[in-house]
Write a protein that binds this ligand. Structure first.
Ligand code: ZN
Ligand code: ZN
Length: 280
């Protein structure tokens, strides 16, 4: 699997100079299967705009595209109306919220409301794609892509402590494991369920919005520190750690310094940069 970061910023996009190396777009990750070129998307922050453009430019045709959502805060849905493949007539797009089934009445309402004419000129039903809203109660599901020799993909979610709720995703395919844990506030000590959930991951992508000092002042805001992300990676025996959901006030210079600091404690880690792609 290839993981590409299209949005690494938390809370709100930033476009100022000094924020270009790590990028200003909000959370969006592409997972691409090398053999088929098929993609799946995690969250639709503003980064999904570039992702959609790249997808169409590549000319790759895919029967159905999955977009899985950790939760629906603005920084995770804001790019959705600008996802160009959603304007392609009859393109099937599955909107997945695994584990959310008990908490929401309707998944469609979230996107329909976001695109009401008071907020946006094009309404959901006018986009063109054929949307399938998958609001599921279970926290574990096997997906079998519609290809000649399908390789099953096991997707699991884990509930996070976050205002309004959020879920982490664990994706397992052909013995490789990617875990995405963003928008998580551990509390006084590390959430043991998160450690268990991330166990032996080849790649853990973890919220690192704050320094330890900032975290003390931002209790209840729903995020983690760099050190907490490292602690999860260490305890879960993670092979590679990507730190993400950068605070909008953390510029490139600051993040570069933090990266050096974090690598001293956990050598196999990096601060996620927009457009970086890694193979797992
Ligand atoms: Zn967020
Ligand atoms: Zn959030």
């Amino acid at each position: 699997m290839l993981v590409k970061f299209y949005g690494t910023r938390g809370s709100i996009p930033v476009c100022s100079p000094g924020f270009q190396e790590f990028g200003g777009n909000t959370t969006c990750i592409q997972i691409r299967v090398k053999e088929t070129n098929n993609i799946a998307v995690l969250d639709a922050g503003t980064g999904i705009r570039e992702l959609g453009k790249d997808f169409l430019k590549s000319g790759h045709k895919q029967d159905e595209i999955f977009i899985a959502f950790t939760h629906f805060h603005w920084d995770h849905i804001q790019g959705f109306p600008f996802f160009a493949p959603a304007l392609v007539k009859n393109q099937k797009i599955n909107i997945l919220a695994l584990g959310w089934g008990y908490k929401l009445n309707s998944l469609e309402d979230i996107f329909r409301t976001q695109m009401r004419k008071e907020y946006f000129p094009v309404q959901l039903e006018k986009m063109g794609a054929d949307f399938n809203f998958m609001l599921l109660k279970e926290t574990k599901k096997v997906f079998e892509p519609r290809v000649k020799k399908p390789t099953p993909v096991l997707v699991k979610t884990n509930k996070h402590n976050h205002p309004g709720g959020a879920y982490g995703y664990r994706i397992e395919r052909k013995g490789k494991v990617i875990v995405f844990c963003t928008d998580i506030e551990h509390g006084i000590s590390i959430d043991e369920n998160v450690v268990k959930f991330a166990e032996n991951a080849d790649l853990l992508i973890h919220d690192a919005q704050y320094t330890d000092e900032e975290l003390k002042k931002k209790s209840g805001w729903g995020h983690s520190s760099f050190n907490q992300a490292i602690e999860v990676a260490e305890r879960a025996n993670v092979k590679l750690l990507a730190l993400t959901h950068h605070d909008p006030d953390h510029d490139d210079e600051f993040l570069k310094k933090m990266e050096v600091k974090c690598q001293k404690r956990f050598s196999n880690c990096f601060v996620a940069r927009e457009k970086t792609e890694i193979e797992i």
